[in-house]
Ligand binder design. Structure first.
Ligand code: NAP
Length: 433
């Protein structure tokens, strides 16, 4: 008997869970239910527009969708057009792979001022996500920005703000983003971390890019780069050894000359945000100077200081979105699960399973583990009609469903020019199909 699986979300973790099952049970039929007519989730809307190498993984995903038994049911929102329970009724197993697209909040005064954005919104804006194309986050006069957080998303945001059109020529940055960045001409970007250089979550290739910017110089502020890693970092582990490389890169920044660079990326350490200041729009961020205990945990010193800014992006992590009738941990922002199993025939993979961590390839082994569990626990039920029943249900509801062939038509329209010009409007996409 053929297994029938529904995957909610056509991003990397969903594709990998299906790949894991198809490798062992090639007859399995998988329907990807995707809110937008465009597949590939985080690769399209999360990976930075100047990281085209990372986006090449799409070539593998295209081949995956080419095989028998794989369908894209696009432009259908689970929770609105159709419920998780509808899917559970008609498929042998349902896998939630909807990522984490809500911004974690700092919960400090002034967070709702104009000019303060979460990185989920800001990154989606510069990556032409239809929900955020009208965000317009960069004030015309903006000369300074603060990015809160010491992870790779903070680096992406800072880099995009200071790179010139020439440096971005191979990217798929939206025209409207380019125009907004050029009009403002931000010269100072502060990346603020509440802990020190050794505790930052940056990874070496991403951090190194800050030293290769044509117009911006990275400068260390608020902390001295230690000669050795602090004792709370375990250098016998790969993660600890990465921290050593990160410190070497910071050290190389301290030796760099300005060489005519007129922009600065201030790597401001040991600074924890306590308030966003301003009347109607943000004008500054108030920080408390932190010190670290021997475990590397930050504690406040009571010393407060302000850094002015015309724009603030908080890049401190993400939450998944709850789905009606599915258990959800509001505090952690993800679905409680055991290696992907939520309950009965319901599973979760990706950031909804383990939280917002890891790169695109991290998802493959993580999703494969859940594929195995699904295959161990689920047997095909002949009473379940899978896609046939769902197609009927969606037709009855009058949904304008899109397919993978429709995506290929959108893709062709976007790639008429040398650099992809992403279409940021669903209506425009539907008009092409
Ligand atoms: P992340 O790596 O988890 O970093 C989050 C940062 O936010 C940390 O520095 C954390 O500091 C800080 N933070 C959290 N709560 C805070 C608070 N209340 N106040 C101040 N700071 C706070 O998350 P991310 O940057 O969003 O990245 C998500 C994942 O995607 C990561 O695994 C990342 O490597 C990956 N990613 C990879 C790439 C790439 O490979 N090119 C690009 C983008 C993202 P503490 O450490 O002190 O908690």
């Amino acid at each position: 008997m053929t297994l029938k699986i529904a995957v909610i979300g056509a991003g990397p973790s969903g594709i990998y869970v299906a790949e894991g099952i198809k490798k062992k049970l090639p007859d399995t039929m998988v329907d990807f239910i995707e809110r937008l007519p465009t597949p590939f989730g985080l690769v399209r809307f999360g990976v930075a527009p100047d990281h085209q190498g990372t986006k090449k993984v799409i070539n593998q995903y295209e081949k995956f969708f080419d095989q028998d038994g794989i369908r894209l049911i696009g432009n259908v929102e689970v929770g609105k057009d159709i419920s998780v329970q509808d899917l559970q009724e008609h498929y042998d197993a349902v896998v939630i792979a909807n990522g984490a697209r809500e911004d974690k909040r700092l919960g400090i005064p002034g967070e709702d001022l104009d000019g303060v954005y979460g990185s989920a919104a800001f990154v989606s804006w510069y990556n032409s996500h239809p929900d955020y194309k009208d965000l317009s986050p960069i004030p015309e006069h903006a000369k300074s920005a603060i990015v809160i957080g010491n992870g790779n998303v903070a680096i992406d945001v800072a880099r995009i703000l200071v790179k010139s059109a020439e440096e971005m020529s191979d990217s798929d940055l939206a025209d409207y983003t380019r125009a907004a960045i050029d009009k403002a001409s931000i010269s100072d970007v502060v990346i603020a971390g509440r802990r020190g250089p050794a505790e930052a979550s940056f990874t070496p290739p991403e951090l190194r890019e800050l030293g290769k910017l044509e117009h911006a110089l990275p400068v260390i502020e608020g902390a001295v780069i230690p000669d050795e890693l602090p004792s709370h970092i375990d250098t016998s582990q790969p993660a600890g050894r990465i921290k050593g490389k990160v410190l070497d890169i910071f050290r190389s920044f301290t030796e760099m000359e300005r060489d005519g660079k007129d922009k600065t990326i201030h790597l401001q350490f040991l600074a924890s945000p306590t308030a966003f200041l301003g009347e109607e729009k943000v004008e500054a961020v108030q920080f408390e100077r932190m010190e670290l205990n021997e475990d590397g945990k930050p504690t406040g010193t009571g010393e407060l200081f302000d850094i002015p800014a015309d724009l603030v992006v908080s890049a401190i992590g993400y939450y998944s979105q709850p789905l009606a009738g599915v258990p959800f941990d509001e505090k952690l922002g993800r679905y409680p699960n055991e290696e992907g199993l939520i309950q009965d025939n319901l599973y979760v993979v990706g950031w909804g399973k383990r939280g917002p961590s890891g790169t695109i390839p991290t998802n493959r082994p993580c999703s494969f583990k859940t594929s195995q569990i699904i295959m161990d626990q689920i047997t095909a039920n002949p009473a379940k009609q899978g896609g046939q029943a769902i197609d009927k249900l969606l037709a009855e509801k009058g949904c304008k469903v899109t397919t993978f062939a429709d995506w290929k038509a959108i893709d062709a329209a976007e790639t008429k020019t040398e650099a992809r010009q992403k279409i940021a409007s669903v209506d425009e996409m539907l008009a092409i199909i």
